[in-house]
Design a protein around this ligand. Structure first.
Ligand code: PLP
Length: 447
């Protein structure tokens, strides 16, 4: 580093507003600076080696220091760093990437992609396409958007409104009018006598009641993460998502899969929509599309929707950096690496099952109320010494465990009373052991 740690921390405190951060305690403790990364490991300011059990923010799927992506970016930048796709132009990498996504898509009717720079923008773009489409097909009153509690869909005004987390909504007096939340299938926190499957059915019954109360003629679309990520890694019980999809069909509501976390391999497949047969009308994605090497979001749209919009003429939406030439080159190289190194089948058949097996061992631990996950994503629900009944929603035990885990050499994310784990997809079995051993040492120090 050109400045020493203390100088950097001082500048940080003076000038840098961090996303999703409690600044004053951070300023007191000093920001944790990350200097470099290789594979699944990061090196911090003190030259400590940390296993990144969250892959940045659930995104560095191919790990750090991937030569192929670095080289592709370098070459693209030298040739043409950027040119827009507005009006009638385009650059090759954007066209190639849209075509590649169409080939990977769960169903042939999903084959048209518009790019943006983030998951929030991918969802925001989906929202505008939905409003445009509903008007064009003669349903201008269909404007409301249905999502679930514990959903996370982004940070713009509209995508925050879609997010079902009080911590994101309350500070801003959101949601905006017209954004409706149905119960998400978070069985563990529901404290219900129902088993998970029956609880999923209860959530569907409540969702149907909400649809009828709001009037289906006013509801344009439902957005759902197949596995809810930032809300707490909520894996839906069997039958629930199929039921949600059917409800949308029954009431003529578009169904959008937000696969910002679940696409591109974390679940051992390109898209969860495919293996769970969700048949969405659109899929939104970001994160793993470039493994975080450059910002990129994408909104994949069905034939039916886009053809009506095309027939109407001018499409008045897009960002300066939609289809950014170098971001798309990074994505293409990233998809090549996933393909050539057979990373996704390995997650499906080897590392995913091993990760879930190691995870399940935590159910024996005195500080764990539930261990759940799928592929290479997991949540551990932490309970206090006195047991789950004594759990306080504000205890933030997950945040405490994540801080202890960092001291033990592994990064996981604390969310309320749980820790979320989502390592790079290149993680080996030995590194999975290293990760869970670190988490276990942290848990052993909790009380
Ligand atoms: N959708 C989901 C499911 C996410 O997990 C996230 C981010 O974590 C977003 C949307 C927003 O993406 P971004 O932070 O790139 O705007």
């Amino acid at each position: 580093m050109s400045l020493n740690i203390v100088e950097l921390q001082k500048l940080d405190q003076s000038n840098y507003i961090h996303p999703f951060t409690d600044h004053l305690p951070m300023h007191q403790m000093g920001t944790h600076l990350i200097q470099s990364g290789e594979g699944c490991f990061l090196i911090d300011q003190n030259n400590h080696r940390l296993l990144d059990g969250l892959a940045g923010l659930w995104c560095v799927n191919v790990g750090y220091g991937c030569k192929e992506i670095i080289e592709a970016v370098n070459q693209q930048m030298q040739k043409l760093a950027y040119y827009p796709s507005f009006f009638n132009t385009a650059t090759e990498s954007a066209i190639q990437l849209a075509n590649r996504i169409a080939q990977l898509a769960p169903t042939p009717r999903l084959k048209h992609t518009i790019f943006s720079e983030s998951g929030s923008e991918a969802n925001e773009t989906a929202l505008k396409i939905i409003l445009n489409y509903q008007r064009l097909r003669g349903h201008p009153k269909k404007t409301k958007i249905l999502t679930r509690t514990f959903a996370y869909h982004g940070v713009t005004l509209a995508t925050t409104s879609m997010t079902g987390l009080a911590s994101c909504l309350d500070p801003f007096g959101l949601p905006l009018a017209g954004f409706i939340h149905a119960p998400g299938p978070y069985h563990y926190l529901a404290n219900t006598p129902l088993d998970p499957e029956a609880y999923g059915q209860w959530c569907l019954e409540e969702t149907e009641k909400i649809i009828l109360k709001e009037n289906p003629e006013t509801i344009a679309a439902c957005f759902a993460e197949p596995i809810q990520g930032a809300g707490g890694v909520i894996v839906p019980p069997p039958g629930y998502l199929k039921g949600l999809r059917e409800l949308c069909r029954k009431y003529d509501i578009l169904f959008i899969a937000d696969e910002v976390i679940t696409a591109f391999g974390r679940m051992g497949c390109w898209f969860l929509s495919k293996i769970w047969n969700l048949d969405p009308d659109m899929i939104t994605m970001a994160k793993g599309i470039t493994s975080g090497y450059l910002p990129l979001g994408a909104t994949l749209v069905s034939d039916e929707i886009i053809n009506l919009i095309y027939r109407n003429g001018y499409f008045a939406h897009g960002y300066t950096y939609s289809g950014h030439t170098t971001s798309c080159a990074a994505a293409l190289a990233n998809l090549d690496v996933l393909d050539k190194e057979k990373i996704i089948p390995r997650v499906e058949q080897e590392t995913g099952p091993y990760f879930q097996k190691r995870l399940s061992e935590f159910t024996e631990h005195k500080a764990i109320g539930e261990a759940r996950g799928y592929g290479l994503i997991a949540a551990l629900e932490i309970i206090p010494k006195e047991g789950k009944a004594a759990l306080s929603p504000t205890a933030n035990l997950g945040v405490k465990v994540a801080a202890l885990a960092r001291e033990e050499g592994v990064i996981v994310r604390g969310i309320r009373n749980l820790v979320a784990i989502a390592p790079p997809l290149i993680i080996s079995k030995e590194e999975i052991d290293y990760l869970f051993d670190g988490v276990k040492r942290a848990l052993n120090r909790l009380y």
